[in-house]
Write a protein that binds this ligand. Sequence first.
Ligand code: ADP
Length: 549
Amino acid sequence: ALHALRDDELITPPDVTAAGLREALTEMAKVVGDNNVIVHTAKSMKPDTEGQYYNLPKEHDLFYILEKEHFLASAVVSPGSTVEVSAIVKLANKYLTPLWPVSMGRNLGYGGSAPRLRGSIVLDMGHRMNRVLEVSDRDCTCLLEPGVSYFDLYNYLQSNGHKQLWIDNPDLGGGSVIGNTLDRGAGYTPYGEHFSMHCGMEVVLPNGEVMRTGMGALPGNNTWQTFQYGFGPYPDGIFSQSNFGIVTKMGVWLMPDPGGYQAYLFSFPKEADLPEIIERIRVLRIAGVIMNAPTIRNTLIDAAVYGPKSDYTSNKGVLTSEEVDAIAKKIKVGRWNIYGAMYGPEPMRDLQWAALKASFMEIPGATYEFPKPRAEGEPRSILHMREETLKGLPNTYELGWLDWTCPRGSLLGFSPISPATGVDALKQYEMVTKRFREFGFDYMGTFVVGWRELHHIVCLTFDKSDPKQRKKAHRCIELLIDDAAAEGYGEYRTHLCFMDQIASVYNWNGGASLKFNETLKDALDPKGILAPGKSGVWPARLRGRGFEL
Ligand code: ADP
């Protein structure tokens, strides 16, 4: 395919000529096989009518915000082993072709599998490296390759005699366990904080060297998946949301079946109930009475899972509070809804339940329910769906709300962190709804209390076929990042287009944190070939040359 393309069609990265890119890709094909190198041009981008969750474009962002071509890859290369990854990395150093590693590349709302720097080669780690390498029933651990999705891991455990081991999946089960963990994603069982639940990595460094972290550094060890730290400085953190290494294996802790489970929903009728809810959750969560990260969802995100906006109203503008009240009544949820679960045998759950009920039912108008068995053919309620997610059953129900305003709707994520207090939750909610009203978007969001902090997950859905809407969505989030920073809030994760802006607001003491990352970057990756620009970290070769956004 490479021969058939003209030089000016190739998407060459900075400092690389068309001839250089051709040579690099030809050499890479010798390592991974011709079939595992796919060259891309503006013409070969997957058409908008085809891209979807199970058929994602690997070369550009499915939910593009800037022009579709902006974050376009020059090629997608799929290695089959750690040895092949290392060989590809060495070639990238030789030809200066940047590599952008993804595992499944389903990072929805944050850029998918698209590279931050146009012309980078997407290294599709999951396509061929997709084995569950080990499972230990004794230690409740596993060792995975990047291409193991939550569905894959679940199915593997179910069909290989490990039904007593639960997994923890995020809202969508098609993502990679390694990819989600490296991007510091979260799920909803007691093991929901994914990065804290990983144990040991194998990493290909930017010079091609292979390293194992934690106990993995000790030859012949028998504790790689059970003790996270090993000896000396703990490097795992610098391989998350970073461009310091390519992870080829990762250990993950699994939760033994807790011996009992009950999902629940508390609903609250008033928009103004939010602060009181958050105050109560914080206390119960930090005390460990709530064992998982419960979500507090607004009416519209639930409504959107059931159907598009046009099912509820002919109003195409931003819905008023009264209109949202009416939708809440129609779908029988509150203005705010806590979806949570209790884990353990009945006597344990009874104690948890008494504490939860005593606290939440003090809020006037609060109601609660448990999932009812479904009659045959009866559709699932959101509570039925969350009941599955909260016990680690992978699913894709949450894709439903993407289509709130248009079919094939797109998502842009905005995810600031704040203290888990009522005052902060309200400030966040008001800050976002004000901007959303200004730009014409309905607020859809959920508040999640992690160990102690509040993740505010704001879901901006838009119609990518309308360039005006894309501009509005972009500008709206740009302003919100600054609004948030002015209140001391920072995002925990972001779309490609905001990585530089967010890195620049994390600037205490003259930007000491970014300087530290750049120092590491230049030491580990002197040629600047690994994921340039990821999280706002650029290598010396490309820094300050106008690639920052
Ligand atoms: P998922 O499909 O699980 O949503 P991705 O595969 O898109 O996740 O990964 C999310 C992000 O994590 C990527 O954009 C990349 O920055 C990082 N990442 C994923 N896999 C790897 C890996 N094997 N090595 C290094 N970084 C990775």
